[in-house]
Design a protein around this ligand. Structure first.
Ligand SMILES: Cc1cc2nc3c(=O)[nH]c(=O)nc-3n(C[C@H](O)[C@H](O)[C@H](O)COP(=O)(O)OP(=O)(O)OC[C@H]3O[C@@H](n4cnc5c(N)ncnc54)[C@H](O)[C@@H]3O)c2cc1C
Length: 414
């Protein structure tokens, strides 16, 4: 494990810091006070932020130049991620497009699709979403039921997706459909690029317990998609989806970043709140802070180990599953400790959007409410444990009795 930048990486990091300082006035910052009250204004500000960063060469860092990228390394891309976090710039609005949809279009799209989509995606001129999960298929993704039926030069799509992050602001999505129910479930799938503004696409935001609406239900009623918008061959959708999921693993598990609020924020909050707590609560709060600090530091250093592997040209394997699992657990401990320090304030003070700043109660509450989602998105804790059991520990695989049966004869969705 190597914690230090190589000389080249250090020079690159310095250049990134300079660029971020130079463009600071044009970027959205997390500490800037209240989020824009109008979500549309906030969306526009986030699109503008990504465009400024793209024009400065800080988006699509590891993408090939022919696709509008900087032809840099994954280590450089991770450095940009770390420096954006350090500069308190929020996640890029098109993070799903950059992390998952774009790489899938690059790997399986035609030259015409590359030309049409990629540069616009990097500049957030188009925002993208990933339309995979359905009400009856999440962990068992290959059991999905949204159909696409060939009709002349088009495919006609009917069905429903759910939990689609960013669909409410998206212009395009990658859509996994069933095109051949007579084949086994993994064999009858086909992937498309879908225009989210096409007739027959309905997006309904879902409200989360933290108050915000980050994800959506999406309905498809006789939506026509030209065959030229297919990604990969008919029936090859599972292979295409694996490209997306591998890139999701790199995006989620590869960066060495903290999930949620940082240990530094927790230490600041502890310094402020601990002295005022009665002795018996102080003991418990100190223990909670200690446990969280250990877990968060272990997670950070495990992240550095992945980063070192990336920097040496590797890709994270099943250990990314362990990384995500440990990261989620650490993030929960950090948030729990924060709420314990806040005591009654965690319940009564600081509603979302009150401008209470980085360490204010509102931010801890929102983080607490967001955490159950982190343990589900990109693979639930249980599914990650299955992956670790099978691929790292070599335990016997789960029974998958429907794997080779035609989907429409499987009798169940599992
Ligand atoms: C914040 C967030 C953002 C998301 N964004 C997107 C998105 O942009 N696009 C998209 O397509 N989807 C998205 N999802 C959906 C996500 O991929 C699914 O929620 C996830 O795959 C789990 O599927 P499910 O909700 O259907 O739960 P299920 O798969 O039904 O699981 C229910 C429970 O059963 C457990 N379980 C399931 N199978 C097994 C097994 N084999 N062994 C042991 N336990 C098992 C699970 O761990 C879970 O506890 C998002 C979800 C969240 C929370």
């Amino acid at each position: 494990m190597d914690f230090d930048d190589t000389p080249d990486e250090a020079a690159y990091r310095a250049r990134v810091r300079d660029l971020l300082a130079e463009h600071a006035a044009d970027l959205v910052h997390l500490d800037a006070g209240e989020e824009a009250a109008d979500p549309r204004e906030q969306e526009q500000a986030l699109r503008r932020t990504q465009r400024v960063l793209a024009d400065a060469g800080l988006v699509g860092v590891a993408w090939a130049a022919e696709h509008g990228g900087q032809a840099g390394s994954l280590a450089q891309q991770a450095i940009v991620g770390q420096e954006l976090a350090r500069a308190r710039v929020p996640s890029l609005i098109n993070h799903i497009g950059i992390g998952m949809c774009g790489p899938t279009v690059i790997a399986h799209g035609t030259p015409e699709q590359h030309e049409k989509y990629l540069a616009r995606l990097l500049r957030a001129e188009d925002v993208w979403c990933q339309l995979f999960s359905e009400p009856a298929s999440g962990s068992d993704l290959a059991a999905l039921r949204t159909t696409a039926v060939r009709d002349g030069e088009d495919w006609v799509v009917n069905g429903q997706k759910v939990w689609t992050t960013l669909a409410h602001v998206s212009d395009f999505g990658i859509l996994l459909t069933r095109t051949d129910p007579d084949r086994p479930k993994h064999g009858g799938l086909t992937m498309f690029v879908v225009d989210m503004h096409a007739p027959g696409v309905t997006v309904r935001p879902l409200r989360q317990m933290g108050g915000q609406s980050d994800f959506n239900e999406v309905f498809f009623d006789d939506v026509r998609i030209p065959d030229s918008e297919r990604l990969g061959e008919p029936g090859e959708g599972w292979r295409v989806a694996l490209t997306t999921l591998l890139n999701e693993r790199v995006a989620v598990g590869g960066g060495g970043n903290d999930l949620g609020l940082s240990i530094e924020s927790l230490a600041r909050l502890a310094g402020e709140k601990l002295p005022g707590l009665p002795a018996e609560r102080q003991v418990l709060a100190r223990q909670a802070v200690g446990r969280a600090a250990v877990a968060a530091l272990a997670n950070r250093y495990t992240g550095y180990r992945r980063l070192t592997a990336i920097s040496q040209g590797g890709l994270p394997g099943p250990e990314a599953s362990a990384g995500k699992l440990a990261g989620t657990a650490a993030a929960k401990l950090v948030a729990d400790a924060g709420v314990r320090l806040l005591g009654d304030d965690a319940v009564f003070a600081a509603a979302p959007g009150d401008g209470s700043g980085e360490d204010g109660a509102g931010r801890w509450q929102r983080n607490q409410a967001w955490l159950p989602g982190i343990a589900i998105a990109g693979g639930t804790d249980e599914v990650l444990r299955n992956i670790i059991g099978e691929r790292v520990l070599g335990l016997p695989p789960e029974p998958r009795e429907d794997k080779h049966r035609p989907f429409n004869a499987s009798g169940s969705t599992r």
